[in-house]
Design a protein around this ligand. Structure first.
Ligand code: ADP
Ligand code: MG
Length: 777
């Protein structure tokens, strides 16, 4: 690519409206200009100069344009150049409600309406080879305060070191902003959705308005190439910026807090405007980057060494014409900026460096590293500075030490409470199994008092006769030690029923392994007569399979009905899709047959000598003609079938998501109902009644549960595997579902914490009743 001077590319996107001001806003015939006309009386005193007509030239007007086309026009090239080392910036500017967030992030609930960020991530991961490292950060600037939308540590507000914009020779960076390595699209989308949720939560809890904050999603790309004994590093980043609303609130309209915010926003946006004017002026040598956090953070992104695209989002209604005018002015000013994209590359003597040997660390140095690691784990420090390889290795060593110490502690704690038996000791296993046991992490565990506490993540039931009826033929070998490889949410009890959660997570195989074992345990349990002492106790809860059936008949009947309905819609779509796919294949084969026949006809014609009419056109016989016509029809049919199949695929993805959501909801509701109906002692149940001191629905669902696979599910799964290539939307929906689940989980866990603090409620139930999960730490 040449490093010739370039301009900032500017586009205008018009939000669709039924009320478009046709007599005020006119698009040029080439779709590269907009004319605005305001009638004199209409603008009375509002626009304080006499001009009534304006004309703006841009790189494109996006009017009634799909998200896909917007991406192709605005971002695709910039992203592909970022992959070769040229950084890029895309910025959305415009009044609140004009579609900035829709353009940048899009609708996170619907794949088709996803915006530039998810599409850019998809493009990056489609293109990247193994030597490319992708990292991500998500920053929000609100009232001159920097907020990390992806901070994973629970920050304790004031005690935290505030984030700051820092200049360094390599460029600006935000100190304290977390940057996350991602290895595939789904991970990256998880972070995006996480950030979006945090944005919404913060907005809610701080009672702030997202239209007043700027959000910057950054994708850092680092490619490494070997050049002889050196490693060439090419770094680039893509900054995707959703600016605050550009509307100018007059002081009379807003007061107090709102006024403060409005001024701030106006201030940072007007600093941005000043900066844009300065950047566009070739004679200026000082650029006012440091006037605001926003302009400071954007120093690299607007500084001229990267590709820049601006999307001005406007609204087409007459009432918004003033804001539209001001957005178009901003866009034209941006257009004056010239940029000179350069590749940022560094040479790392990495290969040589690995040969360097350092002196061994002294005991004092080791002690210092150990203390740093402990501080880091406690959250007292945010990062451990890298000094050299030796030090890094010692850091790892310390981590390993701590991990193994904790493992021992946990085991000791478990041993003090439960009898742990080696699962390879068959005699012991058999003995213990009779008494009702649980297998966890390679050990059979039995509570000292002999009561089953219900964690059924068995890893060895196949050895003692576990049924294999749900095992798929292409199944991966199952991991041992399932327990430790699952997150807290995943570890939990079973929920046998006629349906099953289609896992949207990567640990599908692992969980499926667990489920197979579950099935075995459930079956044995169901066929086992209830122990005598249990049946004598009136409060003994019914088993979950039985209760679930009851739930579906009673309280859960509505959600259960919706679930079934959604499933049948999904199934119908899948059936249709596979029928269409078969039809397409059939047509394809037929087309191939005709093509062969035509080829033969042609050969024949050549051999026999061709007839040519007076105009020089070859004359063909009727047979060949009818073959050509048939082929044409088939092509048409093929095309329409193909289009239908594409639509169906998108629909199936969407329906699948609904079904998953519904299933999760059904399980969650059941769990609440079960807990409230059976697991809570009488006095606590009183408290749950209307007017009592606990709000119903606060009982924790300690995990998303696995339901057993039923006939229909298996059929669906089979359909899925026989369907043609999986559409690209899978990562998108997986990430979205995962983020939603995580937040539900966190919410319920925190309500559990709150309830725990009230003595005698849940804890009382937990002592006597089987707990459906096991706390490790
Ligand atoms: P902003 O971020 O500029 O304040 P939003 O992106 O939140 O505005 O858009 C406001 C509303 O308009 C949202 O409900 C969004 O879904 C909708 N919207 C914006 N642009 C479009 C578009 N091009 N097509 C369909 N809906 C749109
Ligand atoms: Mg917005």
């Amino acid at each position: 690519m040449d490093a010739a001077e370039k301009r900032v590319h500017t586009f205008v996107r018009v939000k669709p409206t039924a009320d478009f001001a046709q007599d005020m806003i006119k698009f040029g015939p080439d779709n590269k200009s907009i004319d605005i006309h305001i009638k004199k009386d209409a603008k009375k005193g509002v626009v304080n100069n006499r001009q009534t007509d304006w004309s703006f030239r841009l790189d494109g007007v996006l009017h009634n344009t799909s998200q896909e086309l917007v991406y192709e026009t605005v971002a695709e090239k910039l992203v592909s150049e970022a992959l070769t080392g040229y950084s890029g910036t895309i910025m959305c500017y415009g009044q609140t409600g004009a579609g900035k967030t829709y353009t940048m992030t899009g609708a996170t609930a619907e794949y088709k309406h996803r915006g530039i960020i998810p599409r850019a991530l998809q493009q990056v991961f489609k293109a990247t080879a193994h030597s490319v490292r992708v990292r991500i950060s998500y920053l929000e600037i609100y009232n001159e305060t920097l907020v990390d939308l992806l901070s994973t540590t629970t920050r304790s507000g004031t005690s935290d070191v505030p984030m700051a914009v820092v200049d360094c020779p390599q460029g600006v960076y935000v100190k304290g902003l977390s940057i996350h390595s991602v290895s595939h699209e789904e991970d990256a989308l998880n972070l995006l959705f996480e950030g979006e949720t945090n944005r919404a939560i913060a907005e809610h809890t701080l009672n702030k308005n997202s239209s007043r904050s700027h959000c910057i999603f950054t994708i850092y790309i680092e490619s490494r190439f070997r050049v002889f004994s050196d490693v060439k590093c090419v770094n680039s980043k893509i900054s995707l910026i959703d600016l605050a609303g550009s509307e100018r609130l007059s002081k009379t309209r807003s007061e107090g807090q709102v006024l403060k915010e409005a001024m701030y926003i106006n201030k940072s946006l007007s600093f941005l405007e000043q900066l844009i004017i300065a950047l566009a002026d070739p004679k200026r040598d000082h650029m006012p980057f440091r006037q605001s956090k926003l302009t400071h953070v954007l120093k690299d992104s607007l500084g001229g060494n990267c590709n820049i695209v601006l999307v001005a989002n406007i609204r087409g209604e007459a009432a918004h014409v003033e804001e539209t005018l001001s957005s178009l002015r901003f866009a034209t000013r941006m257009r004056w900026i010239t940029t000179e994209p350069v590749i940022s590359e560094t040479y790392d003597r990495e290969v040589n460096r690995s040969l360097v040997t350092y002196d061994p660390l002294t005991d004092i140095q080791k002690a210092e590293i150990k203390s740093q690691v402990h501080k880091y784990l406690k959250g007292a420090i945010d990062e451990i500075d890298i000094v050299n390889i030796r030090q890094v290795q010692e850091v790892f060593k310390q981590f390993k030490l701590i991990a193994s110490q904790q493992e021992h502690e946990v085991e000791a704690r478990l041993r003090s409470k439960y009898a742990l038996i080696d699962k390879n000791d068959f005699a012991a296993v058999a003995a213990v199994h009779k008494a009702g046991v649980v297998v966890a992490d390679g050990h059979l565990v039995q509570e000292e008092n002999g009561r089953d506490f219900g964690t059924r993540t068995a890893s060895s039931s196949s050895r003692h006769g576990g049924k294999k009826k749900f095992r798929k033929s292409n199944e991966q070998p199952k991991k041992e030690g399932i327990w430790t490889s699952l997150s807290g949410r995943d570890v939990g009890d079973f929920l046998p029923s006629k349906s099953q959660v289609i896992n949207s997570t990567k640990d599908l195989d692992v969980r499926e392994g667990a489920r197979n074992q579950d099935t075995a345990n459930i079956d044995t349990e169901l066929s086992k007569p209830a122990p005598v002492e249990d049946s004598q106790r009136p409060s003994s809860p019914p088993s979950k399979p039985v209760a679930f059936e009851q739930f579906k008949e009673e309280c859960g009947s509505e959600i259960s009905r919706i679930f079934k309905e959604n499933k049948s819609i999904l199934l119908a779509r899948k059936k249709r899709s596979s029928a269409v796919a078969q039809r397409i294949n059939f047509i394809k084969r037929e087309m191939e047959g005709i093509q062969k026949a035509l080829e033969a006809q042609k050969q024949e014609r050549w051999q026999e000598g061709e007839y040519v009419d007076e105009k020089g056109q070859i004359i063909i016989d009727e047979k060949e003609f009818s073959l050509i016509m048939k082929l044409k029809d088939l092509k048409e049919e093929y095309r329409s079938g193909y289009a239908e199949l594409q639509d169906l695929k998108a629909e199936i993805q969407y329906c699948q998501r609904l079904v998953n959501q519904c299933r999760n909801k059904l399980i969650a509701e059941f769990e609440i109902w079960y807990n409230e109906s059976f697991l809570i002692p009488e006095d606590a149940r009183e408290a749950l009644k209307p007017g009592g001191n606990i709000r119903p629905g606060m009982i924790p669902i300690n995990r998303v549960m696995c339901l057993e696979e039923d006939e229909q599910d298996r059929f669906e799964r089979m359909q899925e595997t026989t369907l043609p290539a999986c559409p690209a939307s899978v990562s998108f929906y997986r990430a979205k579902t995962k983020t939603d689940q995580k937040h539900t989980y966190t919410r319920t866990m925190s309500s559990l914490e709150k309830m725990r603090k009230k003595p005698g409620l849940i804890t009382a139930a937990g002592k006597n009743k089987p707990l459906s999960f096991l706390h490790v730490m």
